[in-house]
Design a protein around this ligand. Structure first.
Ligand SMILES: Cc1cc2nc3c(=O)[nH]c(=O)nc-3n(C[C@H](O)[C@H](O)[C@H](O)COP(=O)(O)O)c2cc1C
Length: 203
């Protein structure tokens, strides 16, 4: 079984979360995780101005996702940073190229799930994930979140991401904060949870 994790990351937070999602997927026997970068749409000079070039080198070796390979996965777990409470434009553009998959019903009945990142604690993580779910529903996917069985999302002793809709991290106003152990654990939980459900659906 194969779970593909298509993600977009400008400064590396989503990349760290994507790796933790993959770890969780691979904790489930017989399930392989594959990370994929969603195609960049910004020109190099804009990435330079945004100070993203150095951070992006860390995951430049991850293959760029193609639309066709989505149809070959048993489940998909998408990672996108928040952009004004929505998914980023790179992800939107990628998803808008999946009309052929929609037409053929290639994703119908497969598990789809979403994780995210934002700079601020209340900066739109839940709206980013739940609005992303609409696209997955249109594709006929079985949408899976992060259940409260992951108890780390009830923590009050530290500031933490983590929503019932999917794992998340808070990057801090200048992107200085890195995913905490609790947030990475949420991502691992989501990865395993998706893989286990996908396995049951395929049986
Ligand atoms: C155009 C733009 C819009 C953004 N909108 C929000 C927002 O609405 N709320 C928020 O908390 N962070 C916002 N951010 C911050 C990003 O979500 C943050 O940089 C990202 O989650 C970090 O993940 P990454 O390192 O994987 O790129 C925005 C960033 C950009 C560039």
């Amino acid at each position: 079984m194969k779970v593909i994790i298509p993600f977009y990351s400008l400064y590396g937070h989503l990349y760290k979360m994507a790796k933790a999602i993959a770890e969780g997927v691979e904790q489930v026997k017989g399930v392989k995780a594959e990370l994929r970068r969603v195609p960049e749409t910004l020109p190099d000079e804009v990435l330079e101005k945004m100070g993203a070039v150095a951070a992006q080198k860390a995951f430049a070796d991850i293959p760029v996702c193609t639309v066709d390979e989505l149809g070959q996965a048993d489940a998909l777990i998408f990672g996108t940073p928040t952009r004004f409470g929505n998914m980023c434009g790179q992800m939107r553009q990628f998803l808008d190229a999946t009309g052929g998959l929609w037409l053929s019903g290639a994703l119908v009945g497969k598990v789809g799930s979403v994780f995210t990142s934002s700079n601020t604690q209340h900066g739109g993580q839940e709206t980013t994930i739940t609005s992303f779910h609409l696209t997955l529903f249109h594709h006929g996917m079985v949408v899976v979140g992060l259940p409260y069985a992951f108890q780390g999302q009830m923590r009050m002793d530290e500031i933490t991401g983590g929503t019932p809709y999917g794992a998340s991290t808070i990057a801090g106003s200048g992107g200085e904060r890195q995913p905490s152990e609790n947030e990475l654990e949420a991502a691992r939980f989501q990865g395993s949870h998706v893989a286990e459900i996908a396995k049951k659906l395929i049986k």
